[in-house]
Ligand binder design. Structure first.
Ligand code: C2E
Ligand code: CA
Ligand code: CA
Ligand code: CA
Length: 280
């Protein structure tokens, strides 16, 4: 070992202990978060090339008195490992649909295609998933064609036939599917043909590279042209400035989401975006 290896090890041990303790604390708090009403939803606009609102991605937020605002990247994995994701996922679905129903009743702008909800692989893998979604649609009376479920590439690789069956059943109910973080997983475009997919969401990492690495431009170009041939829509995530938007537009990607247009906002502001016919 190097000089100070002992101290380094001790430090590492302490750090591990802190991490384990922190995780235990998060897990404990997460168990009562739904009951204590600690979750809320925010909505990030998705826009077309004219800057019109075409949808909202629904994003979960957790505020705990002691822990403060905990980012989803810290609590979603714990919720998945512990199974709490079932309850949390249901909460998201139900509350997002309640909100959507209120928006429907107020009247939607013609450009608006609906809301996108993130579905965890654990949630989707449940035998009851299709019935759960149907139940929420029934209870909230939303128009199911306004629902876009975001799933990840990784989910398409395992249990292909059961995944495909669930997707087809939901498609029969008019729901749509988007592939989230597209390009970061394993699936090839050809492979996607087995599933009823409506849209690919190009991962932010490709958009981030656009103004730096010339190759990222080529990657997005390939995704867009192949998606075109397959009749799939393409939406770019993480668009942060007009340069990125213009490059994407030239490549033929005409749907965007990102801080350049709007950060995720709470429901009152989302409602204002909808009713004021905001152009982004
Ligand atoms: P995601 O599905 O890829 O969501 C997009 C994330 O990128 C969001 O972070 C969003 O706030 C952020 N983002 C949007 N535009 C920009 C931009 O221009 N620049 C940058 N740097 N970031 C941008 P958030 O809300 O922290 O969510 C992180 C992840 O947590 C999501 O990634 C999703 O995988 C997961 N997540 C969030 N809500 C839910 C949920 O309700 N259910 C499940 N299963 N997962 C969720
Ligand atoms: Ca997403
Ligand atoms: Ca994403
Ligand atoms: Ca992501």
């Amino acid at each position: 070992a190097k000089d100070g290896g002992r101290n380094g090890y001790r430090f590492y041990q302490q750090e591990m202990q802190t991490k384990v303790a922190e995780r235990a604390m998060l897990e404990k708090a997460l168990h009562s978060a739904v009951l204590n009403d600690e979750f809320y939803l925010v909505y990030q606009p998705q826009v077309n090339e004219k800057g019109e609102l075409i949808g909202f991605e629904v994003l979960l937020r957790w505020f705990n008195e002691v822990l403060g605002l905990v980012p989803p990247c810290r609590f979603i994995p714990i919720a998945e490992e512990t199974g709490i994701i079932d309850e949390v996922g249901y909460w998201v679905l139900e509350n997002a649909c309640h909100q959507l129903k209120a928006w429907e009743e107020a009247g939607l702008p013609s450009s608006f295609k609906g809301i996108a909800i993130n579905i965890s692989p654990y949630q989707f893998a449940k035998d009851s998933f299709v019935d759960t979604v149907k139940e929420v649609i029934e209870n909230t009376q939303v128009n199911p064609s306004l629902l876009d479920l975001e799933i990840t590439e990784g989910m398409l690789v395992e249990n292909i036939s059961s995944v495909a069956e669930k997707m087809w059943l939901l498609k029969e109910c008019q729901l749509r599917f988007s592939i989230d973080d597209f390009g970061t997983g394993y699936s090839s475009l050809r492979y996607l043909q087995h599933f009823p997919i409506n849209q690919l969401k190009i991962d932010q990492s490709f958009v981030r590279d656009l103004s730096r690495a010339p190759n990222s431009h080529v990657i997005i170009n390939t995704i867009v042209s192949m998606a075109d041939h397959m009749g799939l829509l393409v939406l770019a995530e993480g668009v942060e400035n007009p340069i990125e938007k213009d490059i994407l537009n030239k490549i033929g990607c005409t749907r965007y989401q990102g801080y350049y247009f709007s950060k995720p906002v709470e429901s009152d502001i989302a409602t204002r975006y909808l009713t004021a016919d905001t152009v982004f």
